[in-house]
Ligand binder design. Structure first.
Ligand code: SAH
Ligand code: SF4
Ligand code: F3S
Length: 391
């Protein structure tokens, strides 16, 4: 169909709403997806009620967050149905890869399930998905098509304020298999983007007006796209127009002196390190398959603090891992007091499908997990306040 000026007019563009849960990687995936959908002629809307397609890009790392997603999606689907509106509801991201086809049983209102490595397939099938009266499942992708990267990431400038950091994915997936963690099962094996692609993307984003960047990976320290991570960080910090640079997340076993040296040697690299410790007890660290002892963790931090003066340090802690005794817990408590993190994210252990730990008895009672959680939150609040300069 053509309008008078001879410009092709498609049928009305499909209106898509995307809501994102989980980590920065998911946030960037949603931006890339939005960009790719726009180039396909879709219109992205801010209110789900205006949308033909309602997509939830989700996180599977803890059960609590997962229950929330199903409950919100269920409410939206019910509300649309009660008004006779026909919308496509899609579960995307890590929960989609976890549930696969079973998601349709768990949430019968779903029309679409799409794992994090199959987002480009979704883009290619958007029109079919909207017009067909059938269900779609794109899951089980081990790695993302290069197309998603090149046609997506390269040309996707985030719509948010330019003062916020722009996320740039440098590697994806995880081969660490910490015994509690579902990420390696839903994101697949580690793969790195070639360093030239990363540099090209940052240059493109600089020319589009962005100046603050965060390099992303499930474990950036295992980056292997033609150079190691410290070299990549150094390379990106040298790009003209990059005024602020940070990265997430680092695994302690692969964060070395050279990384801290690079951080210290560039004015534009933020002195910010997120280094998940998980526990202060060697017994629990071993059971978690973390690959370091508490002493080794302490040494890393001492090196970081010596090389990066006024460095900011944050961490993740899990309480109530199977078999965690009061003594183990007290070791974690003492570790927080000893290290004095600027911030700590504290989580209650949640058994996840596919993981090694899920075959262990979840033997710390919920009440006890809650007590340990609360105790560390209170402690960390006091420690964080003491570390913040008062002026
Ligand atoms: N790739 C990152 C973090 C992934 S998940 C890293 O390795 O650092 C973010 C945090 O969620 C983890 O650091 C851990 O503290 C927490 N987490 C992961 N699995 C969990 C589980 N099953 N129960 C509770 N917390 C969990
Ligand atoms: Fe999960 Fe461990 Fe990989 Fe982090 S390093 S994503 S905690 S398996
Ligand atoms: Fe969650 Fe997936 Fe990120 S499980 S933490 S959204 S990689």
């Amino acid at each position: 169909m053509f309008c008078e000026e001879g410009v092709p007019v498609d049928t009305m563009p499909t209106k898509v709403y995307i809501r994102t849960f989980g980590c920065q990687m998911n946030k960037r995936d949603s931006e890339i997806l939005a960009g790719a959908l726009r180039r396909r002629g879709a219109e992205l809307v801010d209110d789900w009620e205006d949308a033909d397609v309602v997509l939830f890009n989700t996180c599977a790392v803890r059960k609590h967050a997962e229950d929330r997603v199903f409950s919100i999606l269920g409410l939206l689907a019910k509300s649309a149905r009660s008004r006779g509106q026909r919308k496509v509801f899609g579960l995307l991201g890590c929960m989609a890869e976890e549930w696969k086809g079973d998601a349709f049983k768990k949430a019968p209102y779903l029309d679409l399930v799409c794992g994090p490595n199959d987002l480009y397939t979704l883009v290619e099938h958007l029109e079919d998905i909207v017009s067909a009266k059938r269900r779609w499942a794109f899951v089980g992708g081990e790695r993302r098509s290069d197309e998603f990267y090149s046609r997506g990431a390269y040309f996707t400038v985030p719509t948010g304020e330019s003062t916020e950091p722009t996320f740039v994915i440098v590697m994806e997936g995880c081969d660490n298999f910490c015994s509690y963690c579902i990420v390696p099962y839903v994101r697949g094996r580690e793969r790195s983007r070639p360093w030239r692609d990363v540099v090209e993307e940052v240059r493109m984003l600089v020319s589009a007006g962005r100046f603050s960047f965060m390099l992303l990976g499930q474990n950036v320290n295992s980056y292997a796209g033609g150079m190691d991570f410290p070299d990549l960080l150094d390379r990106v910090a040298r790009i003209e127009g990059v005024r602020e640079l940070s990265f997430a997340t680092s695994h302690p076993k692969d964060a070395h002196r050279r990384l801290f040296e690079v951080m210290a040697s560039h004015e534009n690299i933020r002195p910010y390190l997120h280094l998940p410790m998980q526990s202060g007890s060697d017994r629990i660290l071993r059971a978690m398959n973390r690959g370091y002892t508490y002493e080794e963790y302490l040494e890393k931090i001492a090196t970081y603090r010596a090389l990066v003066p006024n460095g900011y340090l944050s961490t993740d802690i899990i309480v109530g891992f199977p078999g965690e005794t009061e003594e183990d817990f007290l070791k974690t408590r003492r570790a927080l007091e000893e290290i004095r993190f600027d911030n700590a994210y504290i989580f209650k252990y949640s058994p996840r499908p596919f993981t090694k730990a899920s075959s262990l008895k979840d033997d710390v009672p919920l009440k006890e997990k809650e007590r340990r959680h609360q105790e560390l939150l209170t402690l960390q609040k006091r420690l964080s306040a003491a570390r913040r300069p008062s002026n």
